[in-house]
Design a binder for this molecule. Structure first.
Ligand code: SF4
Ligand code: SF4
Length: 439
């Protein structure tokens, strides 16, 4: 009974702290824009199965991708065992799901095998991060705290797996000593039971209880650390993939208000087809976090800082300042800075700083070629180019700022109806000497 009481209190504190953090994050979402409609649930479900659960994009780097996939699949299986532990802890039961029979055996056996596979994967990840200087993990945005954050989370996962295996070994030994049938199948742990040989039944029970508590407390600590870490993607990546942008990557979204103005200029009758009662535009493009869509913020929270986007970015590879990973990290950091002020003082709050310029420089933005390599490579379908485009839109439409070459293009479009410096009448001159009918 005492164990149940202590467990219930611990669970209550865990849920309370977690709810506080999530509530704070949700309150920031209130200040983002709603302009990312969701439809086509069937297609979204397919993308989620393919990209999130089958981890297809991760496999573009086969070895490290496979190890990452093992960790993800391992988490999914082990989650069931964690739910069982919570039920046992609350109601004083022992392996409550064992009534599932053969299904239980399969779940436990998978969890036992995955615990070892995840342990091996995490050790490889830690060695890579600490001893090998992988270029993908470097960059101006990767401060020492980013590396510490990653290593702490990996170490916690390692301890979770070791405590799970320890718990499995102790449970087999304890039930054997009591002459009971072991609940569940543990192929790897059964092989390791020798490590407790010579320990008394009481001693093994103490080991079992210790591993049980260490494991569940690590889960509770881990769950509450995640929202403050890049490993928040453990929660966010699957829903983020479900909420992916479904249009072809090359299709850059138009601005509705501008599209309508252009249509009106081309054909005034369109005015009657234009939706009535449209709100006037507060601001063209994105200057600060209250201009981004809720999906942009969701992307930023889901970003794993893996650097796959930056590793394929032609601008970054050719020495420009742009790093698509940094754009996501900047959104997260800026919302963390401005969010509390917005919540306290409302949308009008200003701290005289902004996402654009104080975090993301103009130089970074104009280095983007909108090639979409970053969005294609991102394992959780984050879309950077549309965001970069909106930041540029603010510069062009609100501040009349664009690099000299682009200003020439703008004036050519205005004067000649084309980006080139030629009159529209001269457009087909190049073909005049060819024997083709130009009529
Ligand atoms: S779209 Fe821009 S940010 Fe993304 S890879 Fe291409 S150049 Fe880099
Ligand atoms: S945006 Fe995507 S690819 Fe880039 S660091 Fe984040 S998760 Fe990785």
């Amino acid at each position: 009974m005492a164990k149940q009481l202590i467990f219930a209190l611990t669970l209550l504190v865990t849920i309370g702290v977690f709810a506080f953090t999530i509530n704070r994050i949700i309150s920031y979402f209130r200040f983002t824009k709603a302009n990312f409609p969701i439809g086509d649930l069937g297609k979204r479900f397919g993308v989620m199965i393919n990209v999130a659960f089958c981890q297809t994009k991760i496999f573009r780097k086969p070895i490290i991708g496979f190890l990452h996939a093992l960790v993800f699949w391992g988490f999914c299986v082990i989650l069931i065992g964690s739910i069982e532990m919570i039920i046992d802890g609350l109601f004083g039961t022992d392996k409550v799901l064992k009534s599932l029979g053969v299904v239980y055996d399969i779940i436990m056996a998978s969890g036992d095998i995955f615990a070892v596979l995840v342990t091996i994967s995490i050790i490889v990840f830690l060695i890579r991060r600490i001893f090998l200087h992988v270029r993908r993990f470097e960059g101006i945005e990767m401060k020492p705290i980013s590396h510490i954050d990653a290593n702490v989370a990996l170490t916690l996962i390692l301890l979770l797996m070791l405590s799970l295996t320890g718990m499995n070994i102790a449970t087999i030994d304890y039930q054997h000593l009591r002459g009971e049938e072991v609940a569940g199948v543990y192929p790897v742990s059964a092989w390791l039971t020798g490590i407790f040989s010579g320990v008394s039944m009481k001693g093994i029970y103490i080991w079992y209880e210790s591993f049980w508590w260490i494991h569940i407390l690590l889960i509770f600590i881990f769950a509450n650390l995640l929202p403050y870490s890049k490993h928040f993607h453990v929660f966010m990546s699957v829903p983020n993939v479900f909420l992916s942008r479904l249009e072809p990557l090359g299709k850059l979204p138009n601005m509705d208000h501008v599209t309508r103005e252009v249509k009106l200029m081309l054909d005034p009758n369109t005015a009657f087809a234009a939706p009535a009662g449209d709100e006037p535009v507060e601001r063209f493009g994105i200057k600060d976090v209250e201009d981004i869509s809720w999906k942009n913020y969701f992307d930023a929270l889901a970003c794993t800082e893996c650097g796959r986007c930056t590793a394929v970015c032609p601008a970054n590879l050719t020495g420009k300042k742009l790093s698509p990973r940094k754009i996501m990290m900047d959104i997260r950091a800026r919302m963390k800075e401005k969010g509390p002020g917005l919540v306290k003082h409302g949308r009008e709050y200003s701290d005289e700083r902004s996402l654009l310029k104080d975090y993301i420089s103009v130089e970074e933005l104009w280095a983007c070629t909108t090639c979409n390599a970053c969005a294609k490579e991102c394992p959780i379908n984050i879309n950077h180019p549309t965001l970069i485009l909106d930041l540029r839109r603010f510069l062009v439409m609100e501040e009349a700022y664009a690099p000299g070459e682009i200003k020439t293009v703008f004036s050519n479009i205005e004067n000649n109806g084309a980006p080139w410096q030629y009159s529209p009448e001269d457009r087909l001159q190049w073909a005049e000497k060819l024997e083709v009918n130009l009529k």
